[in-house]
Write a protein that binds this ligand. Structure first.
Ligand SMILES: Cc1cc2nc3c(=O)[nH]c(=O)nc-3n(C[C@H](O)[C@H](O)[C@H](O)COP(=O)(O)OP(=O)(O)OC[C@H]3O[C@@H](n4cnc5c(N)ncnc54)[C@H](O)[C@@H]3O)c2cc1C
Length: 479
């Protein structure tokens, strides 16, 4: 049962939170002072600010309910600023420290939602039911005496003026709220049917903020029908994906000093249009950005390193079910140089065997056939028969093949929207706008995007906590 208040008569409050998603509910709880920086419950005090939470959709928490395949991957055991793209990694680091993943876990476990950890640190409710996560938040909102008003679609934010000390927050039904402070938590543009359609981004721009343009992230990749993965729909394989300018040479790509535009390492599922899954998702934002800018880039696939390497992917190599997240960025291997690759193939592939058969013990046969075909290598050729040219061809085919990137998936498929208001225009602790006093921002409206694995909800909790605390702690306008 959703604790919603309809047609609430009272129209003023101390803190008005716009958007009751993960970030907004957390900001409201933090503003009310009912949790501390370790996620522990705190008693409600009489002097707590009066907090109201508005949401355009009557049905709440739709994104939480669909998240993690209905299981809600609500945080990760290991979270740091390297897991995010933003305009200021140090600010992200500070905010994550202010309300870390441990605090998020404590918040849920102390409120009756035990959690469990899966491969690569992904944290889910023990029940594997996203509804339990949502229920904890809704129960906490009710217990904290926060008025939740739905449906309440905000259409305009008018900051205080010299003659009016309060905000005027206009609603689609013609009514208005007059809070002292506003927390904007309206999300991005992904999955618009859940209610997040970009209102906050447009309003922040109108109020004079710089908005990093919205871009789909954590979305499938579209690959050319002439590419090496065409016709392999349904195939799952671990891969390292590297996005780099076309001009970058093979040796540079495997060099220790080269920093590609993006790199991810994890499972990849071939689709009819291209590829999806953790590794494609984690490079999709950078791919979309490069394509939008018209850059001449190549997405290269390395299907060799994760299977041949004894590194961090080794524990997952023979699992039937591959982890639903990528390796941390620092652990994503770069493609081996030709010398290393030749040494590896000598050690791992019996010289007497034909290429297709030998590789087939490490990689799906359909994939090796396609890669060899693309490289113009005869699958029947014995490993020991490969000359220097053949070794180079095999090296490129297995570790740097051009996947034929042509686009990224649509908003209906994207898990998050990258972009948003720049961190540089927000106070680093309270996330209050440096351009418009009394306006705090959190969640996906801010230019911070996590990779797959619970990092986006962690950003919602950490940034929501900072914005809510900041709004409650700041001196309130006199009226
Ligand atoms: C399919 C899918 C699966 C995902 N799975 C995961 C996962 O497992 N782990 C993870 O970490 N992340 C996941 N994410 C990402 C995660 O859901 C988001 O990053 C997170 O929900 C963002 O929270 P938010 O509160 O900023 O925005 P939202 O959740 O989008 O909430 C914004 C709220 O504002 C309301 N709103 C919008 N405009 C207005 C307005 N004008 N007036 C009033 N209210 C308004 C909306 O109705 C909504 O309730 C997933 C996303 C999708 C789409």
């Amino acid at each position: 049962m959703i604790p919603a208040i309809k047609n609430r008569q009272q129209r003023s409050c101390d803190v008005l939170v716009v958007g009751a998603g993960a970030a907004g509910m957390f900001a409201a709880l933090a503003a009310r002072g009912v949790l501390d920086a370790k996620g522990q419950p705190q008693p409600l005090i009489d002097a707590a600010p009066d907090v109201v939470l508005l949401n355009n959709e009557a049905r709440l928490g739709l994104k939480i309910l669909v998240s993690g395949g209905g299981r809600c991957n609500l945080t990760n055991a290991r979270v740091d600023e390297a897991d995010y793209e933003s305009d200021n990694a140090r600010v992200v680091k500070g905010l994550l420290r202010g309300f870390p993943a441990d605090a998020a876990r404590t918040f849920f476990t102390t409120r009756g939602c035990p959690l469990h950890e899966e491969d690569l640190g992904k944290v889910f409710p023990q029940s594997n039911t996203a509804r339990d996560v949502l229920q904890v938040l809704l129960d906490a909102v009710t217990a904290a005496g926060i008025a939740l008003v739905v449906p309440a679609e905000v259409t305009r934010l008018e900051p205080p003026t010299t003659t009016a000390a309060r905000w005027v927050v206009q609603l689609a039904d013609g009514s208005a709220w007059q809070p002292r402070r506003v927390v904007l938590a309206t999300g991005g543009r992904s999955l618009p049917k859940t209610g997040s359609r970009g209102f906050g981004l447009e309003e922040l721009a109108r109020l004079g903020h710089t908005i990093e343009p919205s871009l789909l992230a954590l979305t499938p990749l579209h690959l050319s029908s002439a590419g090496p993965l065409a016709g392999l729909a349904g195939l799952t394989v671990p891969a390292v994906l590297t996005l780099a300018p076309r001009a970058i040479q093979s040796e540079q790509l495997s060099g220790a000093r080269y920093r590609p535009l993006a790199r991810s390492a994890g499972s990849l599922l071939v689709t009819h249009k291209g590829a999806t899954g953790p590794a494609p998702f984690d490079v999709s934002g950078a791919c979309g950005r490069a394509l939008r800018a018209g850059e001449d880039v190549v997405l290269r696939g390395d299907f060799w390193s994760l299977v041949a390497d004894s590194g961090p992917w080794a524990p997952f190599r023979n699992l039937d079910k591959q982890p639903g997240a990528s390796l941390p960025p620092a652990q994503a291997p770069r493609a081996p140089s030709l010398d290393i690759f030749v040494a590896q193939t000598k050690a791992l592939l019996p010289g007497e065997r034909a290429l297709a058969g030998a590789l087939g013990t490490w990689l799906p046969r359909a994939l090796t056939d396609a890669l060899l075909r693309k490289a113009g290598l005869d699958p029947a050729l014995k490993i020991k028969q490969l000359d220097a040219r053949g070794q180079r061809q095999l090296h490129l085919a297995l570790t740097q093949v051009d996947l034929g990137l042509v686009g990224t998936g649509g908003y209906e498929k994207a898990e998050v929207t990258a972009g948003g208001v720049l961190l540089g225009e927000l106070d680093r602790r309270s996330l209050e706008s440096l351009r418009v006093a009394g306006l705090h921002c959190c969640g996906e409206v801010v230019n911070v995007t996590g990779r797959l694995g619970g990092f986006n909800f962690q950003w919602a909790w950490s940034s929501g906590y900072a914005a809510g605390r900041g709004a409650a702690a700041a001196p309130l306008s006199p009226i």
